[in-house]
Design a protein around this ligand. Structure first.
Ligand code: SAM
Length: 216
């Protein structure tokens, strides 16, 4: 039987490097963080599959490739203060914590935030803070952030996130309708804001004041 670390190595090689994620630090983090600890027990043997997986409450842990792709797009150098919207299982936060200085992550579903916090603590991460709330409003008291990552699909770029992005800073966010989105990277530099499209993706919805409405 092959062990979890072998499965992880294979995941990095076949799903991530093969799709041209090249940042060695990102690849190393993906090889290190035990993804299987972030999925429900019933999903344990599927933890390293090339797909998102359900984590309860109609939410998902993103596909490994998507996590690697978005992380690489943030161009982290080790010192950044990063804001994540949509903590979910906590897996993406752990990857970010390997690559940046401080991670602030927001989750709207209290049970998911609680479970994420538990596992991140067990793994010994001391540079991650998680709170329950509407992440489309950002985390003003902790701003500015040199990097912001939104791991749920938004109808448009939430204004508070743009305001809380440092100069220079990078924001990566899937934007589109409820069924498909385009990954957008926003770069703030010398008081100028530019947008770049990084390709199509599919995410669960960002629900909140600057996201989708809950019931329409
Ligand atoms: N990054 C997560 C991980 O590593 O497991 C996966 C995130 S999942 C695709 C999207 C998450 O965004 C869900 O857990 C959902 O509850 C959360 N979410 C949706 N709207 C939100 C909002 N306005 N604020 C905070 N979290 C939100």
């Amino acid at each position: 039987m092959i062990g979890f670390s072998d499965k992880r190595r294979r995941m990095v090689r076949e799903q991530i490097e093969a799709r041209e994620v090249r940042d060695l630090f990102v690849l190393k983090a993906m090889e290190k963080v035990p993804r299987h600890l972030f999925v429900p027990e019933a999903m344990l043997d599927r933890a390293y599959e090339d797909s998102p997986l359900p984590i309860g409450h109609k939410q998902t842990i993103s596909q490994p490739y998507t996590v690697a792709f978005m992380t690489e797009a943030l161009e982290l150098t080790g010192k950044e203060k990063v804001l994540e919207i949509g903590a979910g299982s906590g897996y993406q936060a752990a990857i970010l914590a390997e690559l940046a200085g401080e991670i602030y992550t927001i989750e709207r579903i209290p049970e998911l935030a609680e479970q994420a916090e538990k596992i991140l603590k067990q793994l010994g991460y001391k540079n991650i803070r998680i709170k329950v709330g509407d992440g489309s409003l950002g985390w003003a008291e902790q701003s500015p952030f040199q990097a912001i990552i939104v791991t749920a699909g938004a109808p448009a770029i939430p204004k508070p996130l743009l305001e809380q992005l440092d100069d220079p800073g990078l924001l990566v966010i899937p934007v589109g309708d409820r069924s498909s989105q385009n990954m957008i990277r926003v770069r703030k530099k010398n008081q100028k804001v530019t947008e770049e499209s990084l390709g199509p993706f599919r995410f669960v919805e960002l629900i909140g004041e600057h996201g989708h409405q809950k019931n329409d």
